[in-house]
Write a protein that binds this ligand. Structure first.
Ligand code: FEO
Length: 175
């Protein structure tokens, strides 16, 4: 099925939003670096890499179907937060927004009976469940930690062990 302009426009927008997401997470990473929470900074850097890989997955979908990707300006991210908890609370809220946007692309794919886009989007539905869970759990842990510096440092060390993000996939429907 030839890719429609409507789904191509929606995916082009999402490529931009995934790159914007990566930009937000890098902004969060540098905030953590400044606070000497290098484990959380590392976690955010890995997250930024994942967002790049998400953008590439959408990019490949358009390219594989003979479409054209249109690059757009990336919005500037927020740069200041009141606490580590607030950073992860924002990250969780952001992921909810990403999920909502991806579901809307799914609605378009359903309406157009675009099975190819649906197959590609299936990976993202599962990924968003994971992204929401990760950020929500860390936000909740930070809420429990409150003002306890030893507990904060312990969580920082744990998040510093996050493995590197996988390289961007070569196919949009790769597992
Ligand atoms: Fe690409 Fe964190 O969603």
């Amino acid at each position: 099925m030839e890719i429609s302009q409507e789904i191509m426009d929606a995916i082009n927008d999402q490529i931009n939003f995934e790159l914007y997401s990566g930009y937000i997470y890098l902004s969060m990473a540098t905030w953590f670096e400044e606070k000497n929470l290098s484990g959380m900074a590392h976690w955010m850097e890995v997250q930024a890499d994942e967002e790049y890989a998400h953008a590439i997955r959408f990019y490949r979908h358009i390219v594989e179907r003979g479409g054209r990707v249109t690059m757009k300006a990336i919005e500037g991210p927020k740069t200041e937060w009141a606490s580590a908890h607030d950073v992860f609370a924002d990250a969780y809220k952001h992921e909810l927004m990403v999920t909502e946007r991806i579901y809307k692309i799914g609605d378009i794919a359903d309406r157009l009976k675009d099975r190819s886009a649906q197959a590609m989007l299936q990976w993202f539905y599962n990924e968003q469940t994971e992204e929401e869970k990760n950020t929500m759990e860390i936000r909740d842990m930070l809420k429990m930690i409150g003002e306890s510096m030893p507990a904060l440092l312990q969580l920082d060390a744990k998040l510093g062990a996050r493995p590197a993000a996988p390289a961007p996939p070569l196919e949009s429907t790769a597992p």
